[in-house]
Design a protein. Structure first.
Length: 340
């Protein structure tokens, strides 16, 4: 019945601050170590064919959980199973059935191999039938243009490298795919396509997707259920519709345009132009333009961006403003009736 099961997973790390290490080195003494609790009795279940969101702020324990479930780390205590196989005792069986996009997604690629060559290497390692055909399939699936297939990996943009890393996770056609911060480095237009890919479970409705992220919008638009983790412990496991209620209304559909400092003098023109759009509100200050569109529409936000660019403004970045996860956690804790 379950793709993933965890029972009271615990994990702690020994950590010594650099200042104490330096003092110990200068005094020829052993540096005192401090124990940091990464996971504290983490328990949840993911159904087969489910898109399961694992949501929390940076440092909450998301990546540690993913590393345990993908057999990279061994828990101090507790138990975890993927498709019924124990991640410690039956790690090889687990690895045969999963695909993984790690947080450090560029690790493991040959920088002077092309995107195609890198994926061909992994396809042969997975003993995939007709590996060249499979590589072409996944590259087309993630939307990497053919003109980039034969470029050295090191010459690809950050977004292109992330697409190749997503393709690598899909090479073995896994029964469960683990995605750790998958939209990192992706351009805003591809993020919309990526959401569709996740909702479609990358072409296999029976596939389970474990989505670890701090991107609340990605979770809202793709997931069936969500586990919220904070400071190493599970705060709640809820259907995504229940979690949506906790999102502050004013934080939805807000976009941010970061402007190059050389274009600072043109921001006044931007203010006059933005008044022409039917926006909920907008704010222009320093090198940032923030605005909220009235409906969930990336097209409306893109029109604003195009207009700003037409004024000769140099744009460094453009994207949605992240929803404050800490605010959602605070609201959930208040709703559950206890303090963190």
């Amino acid at each position: 019945m379950y793709a993933v099961e965890t029972y009271e997973l615990c994990k702690a790390f020994e950590k010594t601050p650099i200042k104490k290490r330096l003092i110990a080195a200068l005094t020829l003494r052993k540096a005192p170590s401090e124990k940091v609790i990464a996971l504290n009795k983490v328990s949840f279940k993911v159904r087969k064919g489910e898109i399961f969101g694992f949501l929390g702020p940076n440092g909450a324990g998301k990546t540690t959980t993913v590393k345990i479930l993908t057999t990279i780390l061994i828990p101090d205590s507790g138990e975890a199973r993927v498709l019924g196989f124990d991640v410690v005792r039956e790690s090889l069986e687990v690895r045969r059935r999963i695909g993984v996009l790690p947080e450090d997604s560029q690790r493991g690629f040959g920088w002077r191999l092309t995107a195609f060559e890198n994926l061909y290497f992994y396809a042969t390692a997975y003993l995939v039938p007709d590996p060249k055909r499979r590589v072409r399939e996944v590259l087309e699936l993630v939307g990497l243009e053919k003109e980039h297939w034969n470029k050295w990996f090191q010459r690809l943009s950050q977004g292109m490298k992330q697409k190749v890393a997503i393709a690598r996770a899909l090479i073995p056609d896994p029964e469960v795919v683990f995605l750790d911060e998958p939209t990192k480095g992706l351009d805003i237009l591809f993020v919309a396509k990526f959401r569709e890919m996740v909702r479609d479970r990358f072409g296999d409705k029976s596939r389970a997707v474990f989505l670890s992220t701090h991107d609340m919008r990605l979770v809202e638009e793709t997931c069936d259920r969500v586990a919220l983790i904070n400071k190493g412990r599970i705060i709640a496991v809820k259907p995504v519709e229940e979690l949506k209620r906790l999102v502050p209304k004013g934080s939805r559909n807000v976009y941010v345009i970061k402007v190059n400092e050389l274009s600072g003098s043109k921001l006044e023109k931007c203010t006059d132009v933005l008044k022409m759009f039917d926006l909920e509100w907008f704010r222009v200050e320093r090198r940032r333009i923030e605005f909220q569109v009235k409906e969930e529409s990336i097209e409306a936000a893109n029109e604003v961006l195009k207009t700003v660019l037409s004024l000769g403004v140099l744009v460094e970045s453009f994207g949605r403003r992240e929803i404050d996860i800490e605010e959602i956690i605070r609201r959930l804790l208040e709703e559950e009736g206890y303090a963190d």
